[in-house]
Design a protein around this ligand. Structure first.
Ligand SMILES: [Zn+2]
Ligand SMILES: [Zn+2]
Length: 333
């Protein structure tokens, strides 16, 4: 196998033994996404990048420098179902026949099942209305759906992964279920050198959003993603980790310090919410406008998830009263 040249360092780096990080461009504000190629008796790709020609060309170029090509990939593991991580899965499968592995909750998103997507959109219309989002901003639901159709092709999942199982084909890697950022989020841990492939669970430069998702069973209540996220972070803080290989940005070498900072920040934001409620009840949308001025309309899904997550945290601790009036929830101290 040929070694990467200096000129290719930006896109391709061996970041741990037999683990190659490939940085792929995305059209999203988050910037480039890191996917990982794992060398075993066969090649495993972790995440694929979005379905764009720029991401595909960069992936093919990086593989070529390693002396392989997309057709050589035998399996693709997904850290979670977000479009910047899974968009190219179908294309990779078409050229390689690689099997796909993911958490069961990723399946309807990756398959882009029409019944599920219709339910998904209805869930968000209702959530946003209950949160007091004005009607003029509800088009964000359709906008998200169009974005999915643009940057992702429907694909099948062949193997369902669960917490603490060895990764098929690469048993030195253990699958960890790390929900919060998404309900389907998995990380991969190699105990021999204490390396964690962390997807979007632990990021250095960005504080990961705990996105609200519809429950798989419409009869159930939605999960509390920020509460889950904190539990998953605490689980990782208890692990011995030398190196976190993230889905975006630089590697993390001080995961405990970073996690402690994130957990602390959640309490600070929860405290801010309490102070914003001191002068009377407010909707989640009104609170998101006060917490994220200048961003709350443009990044509605993100800022509202963040606000609702912190309201969940306070509600769980019996620190809030919730009143429903004409289908809208109002929070007070
Ligand atoms: Zn993500
Ligand atoms: Zn991402």
């Amino acid at each position: 196998m040929s070694q990467p040249t200096d000129s290719s360092r930006q896109q391709l780096r061996e970041v741990a033994t037999g683990v190659y990080q490939i940085e792929l461009p995305t059209p999203f504000s988050v910037g480039p996404v890191n996917v990982y190629l794992l060398k075993g008796s066969e090649w495993t790709l972790v995440d694929t990048g979005p379905h764009t020609s720029a991401a595909w060309d960069t992936l093919c170029g990086a593989l070529k420098q390693l002396g392989c090509q997309p057709a050589d990939l035998s399996q693709v593991v997904l850290t979670h179902h977000h479009v910047d991580h899974v968009g190219l899965l179908q294309k990779v499968r078409e050229v390689s026949g690689a099997r796909s592995l993911a958490h069961p909750l990723a399946v309807p998103f990756v398959e882009m099942d029409e019944t599920f997507m219709a339910y998904h959109n209805q869930f968000f219309y209702r959530l946003y209305r209950e949160s007091g989002v004005p009607e003029r901003l509800l088009s964000v639901v359709e906008k998200y759906h169009r974005m999915l159709l643009t940057f992702c092709q429907p694909a099948s999942i062949d193997v369902l992964l669960k917490h603490e199982q060895p990764l098929p084909g690469l048993p030195e890697w253990q699958v960890l279920y790390t929900p919060g950022h998404s309900q389907s989020h998995l990380s991969l841990y190699r105990a021999s050198d204490q390396v964690l492939i962390g997807g979007d669970h632990i990021l250095k430069q960005i504080s990961s959003n705990a996105f609200i998702e519809p429950p798989r069973d419409p009869a159930q209540a939605r999960a509390l993603p920020l509460v889950q996220y904190r539990t998953s972070l605490q689980m990782c803080a208890e692990l011995e980790i030398q190196l976190v290989l993230p889905g975006h940005g630089e590697v993390v070498t001080d995961h405990r310090e970073l996690i402690a900072g994130r957990l602390q920040r959640h309490w600070e934001r929860a405290g801010k919410l309490r102070s914003l409620l001191a002068d009377g009840e407010k909707t989640a949308f009104q609170l998101s406008a006060l917490l994220f001025p200048g961003l709350y309309e443009q990044e509605l899904a993100l800022t509202l998830s963040e606000t609702l997550g912190h309201l969940d945290l306070l509600t769980m601790l019996h620190q809030l009263e919730i009143r429903q009036k004409e289908g809208v929830f109002y929070y007070s101290l």
